[in-house]
Design a protein around this ligand. Structure first.
Ligand code: FES
Length: 147
């Protein structure tokens, strides 16, 4: 085997090994993407989601058609639900979830699980929506659908 051939073969193995080591991370990320429930707003300005979603976990994500930001819906220990828009109140960046609530990767704001600011520069709490349970559905009231 010539030197050039050896290098080509060696690099191919390195790329395959790197891709293989990243596969579990990629699959986990793909799984999170699939965990978003897509819906629309009905004529009563409500987004309806099935309560059965919460059989897989107390935190679910809802994506309303044509909205940029997701809504995080948390089932509380007392059986009530909290719906929070994942939009940073500092400069509108999409938030991500952490162990304590939500965080913004743009300037570092943190919010607790109820949407209150725990670390700035954001000063205002996150937008929350009223929720009601009826039959086997959770209804999230959306007063304005401009998001
Ligand atoms: S946009 Fe979120 S902290 Fe600035």
């Amino acid at each position: 085997m010539q030197r050039r051939q050896f290098i080509k073969t060696g690099c191919s193995f390195c790329l395959l090994a790197a891709a293989g080591s990243m596969l579990p991370t990629m699959l986990a990320y793909a799984g999170k993407k699939n965990n978003v429930y897509k819906t629309t707003i009905n004529e009563n300005k409500q987004a309806e989601i099935p309560l059965s979603l919460f059989e897989t976990g107390n935190l679910q994500f809802v994506r309303i058609k044509r909205w940029y930001y997701d809504i995080a819906v948390h089932k509380e220990e007392d059986g009530t639900y909290t719906a929070i828009l994942m939009k940073c109140t500092h400069m509108d960046n999409q938030l991500s979830v952490n162990a304590d609530g939500f965080e913004c990767s743009l300037h570092g704001s943190h919010f607790d699980k109820k949407g209150a600011v725990t670390q700035g520069p954001a000063e205002l709490p996150l937008t929350t929506y009223a929720t009601t349970v009826q039959d086997q559905s959770l209804f999230i009231s959306i007063p304005n659908s401009e998001e």
